[in-house]
Design a binder for this molecule. Structure first.
Ligand code: UT7
Length: 338
């Protein structure tokens, strides 16, 4: 059969690399000592049970899109690409500026990325790696060339500042990466993603959506803040991140010995210690910054990736493993050859 002259000839999948990273955290530091004045807690408990020393809090009028745009500019600079080259913006967030437009559209306006399509990804703390996988697929199949992937959250806007079980854990920030095909480079080798909606209510925000709108009658119940069953979430975090890490290693044919660095979700030092012990790798292989930023949700692994990149924790050709867990429940893991 004769081909239509307009039909596209299928092209082989392209490899996809992370060609630049960036991050941004707000200036204001909230220490454990500061929290002692807000809720019944103390520095010793927070350090012992979580490893968190301080976190960053966005100022009034500084929204998720502002954090995201600042990280995006640094990632584009690091990658050496201009804003006009960006043809897709993905923002992973659970604290969008508005339900709609998407935060990705707000970022587009702020950075002037006039050639980009934009949308948000909601996979809670796993959102950055979910977005890396979406970008990877779009670039590999030639739909888009240069994708800006951002993980950004202003969790201080949905934290219940009277609940000591949660308010000590979280912070605000954003991390970004530019993904593109780069000849002769392996880039993102594999990503594994998983979810289990049966565990949705161990970590969630019950109100504010169409199921439970915030009304005059329920406004005092703090339904539009984050609710968490800490112990169950801890258990699921370790199990899911182990599963994701092992699946991604299996899919890529690598072992932990091949890895230069592991970049985990930054929720609790004890979760990372449990993983290190089960994977039988030293803690020194993990890049950890939760002591300085707490848990910044979708931003956490992206900020850690940028820090590790800029501080030379890995070089071109090294294998790294990124692994995350979040509300949903969701989890994901990527093996990347830098
Ligand atoms: O982004 C992904 C999601 N997040 C996570 O992965 C978080 C996972 N969970 C955790 O990190 C831990 O479960 C927490 C840090 C949240 C809690 O640590 P824990 O060792 O599981 O403590 P717990 O919830 O079992 O509470 C132990 C005690 C309780 O007191 P009682 O009932 O034993 O008298 C709590 O009320 O610690 C108390 N407590 C606190 N004490 C001082 C809880 N929060 C605080 C606090 N300061 N901030």
């Amino acid at each position: 059969m004769k081909k239509s002259p307009t039909a596209k000839t299928p092209q082989p999948n392209r490899t996809v690399s992370i060609i630049g990273t960036g991050s941004y955290v707000p200036e204001r530091i909230l220490t454990n000592a500061d929290l002692e004045a807000i809720v019944d807690t103390d520095d010793q408990w927070i350090m012992d049970r979580t490893g968190i020393r301080e976190r960053r809090i966005a100022k009034e009028g500084e929204f998720t899109s502002h954090l995201a745009a600042a990280a995006a500019k640094r990632a584009m600079e690091n990658a050496g690409v201009t804003v006009d080259e960006i043809d897709l913006i993905l923002v992973a967030t659970i604290t969008p500026d508005t339900f709609f437009p998407s935060t990705a559209c707000h970022v587009q306006r702020l950075i002037g990325a006039k050639n980009a399509a934009c949308f948000d990804v909601n996979a809670a703390c796993s959102g950055f790696l979910y977005s890396v996988e979406i970008a990877q697929q779009f670039i590999a199949n030639h739909t888009y060339s240069t994708v800006l992937v951002i993980g950004a959250d202003k969790l201080s806007s949905i934290v219940n500042w009277q609940d000591r079980n949660t308010c000590v854990l979280f912070g605000d920030g954003a991390g970004a990466a530019v993904l593109r095909n780069r000849e002769g480079s392996h880039g993102v080798i594999t990503t594994y993603m998983g979810s289990d909606g049966n565990f949705g209510d161990i970590l969630h925000m019950p109100g504010g959506g169409c199921a439970v709108p915030i009304t005059r009658d329920n406004a005092d119940q703090k339904l539009n803040t984050l609710h968490m069953n800490g112990r169950e979430t801890f258990k699921q975090a370790v199990t899911s991140m182990m599963k994701a890490a092992q699946k991604a290693l299996e899919q890529s044919g690598l072992t932990t010995d091949d890895l230069k660095c592991i970049i985990p979700h930054q929720a609790n030092i004890r979760i990372i210690e449990a993983m290190a012990s089960r994977l039988n790798v030293p803690m020194s292989k993990f890049h950890i910054n939760l002591d300085r930023y707490g848990n910044t949700s979708a931003a956490a692994v992206a900020i850690a990736l940028d820090e590790a990149n800029r501080t030379g924790r890995f070089q071109v050709g090294d294998y790294i493993l990124l692994v995350v867990f979040g509300g949903g429940l969701t989890y994901a893991s990527s093996v990347v050859q830098w």
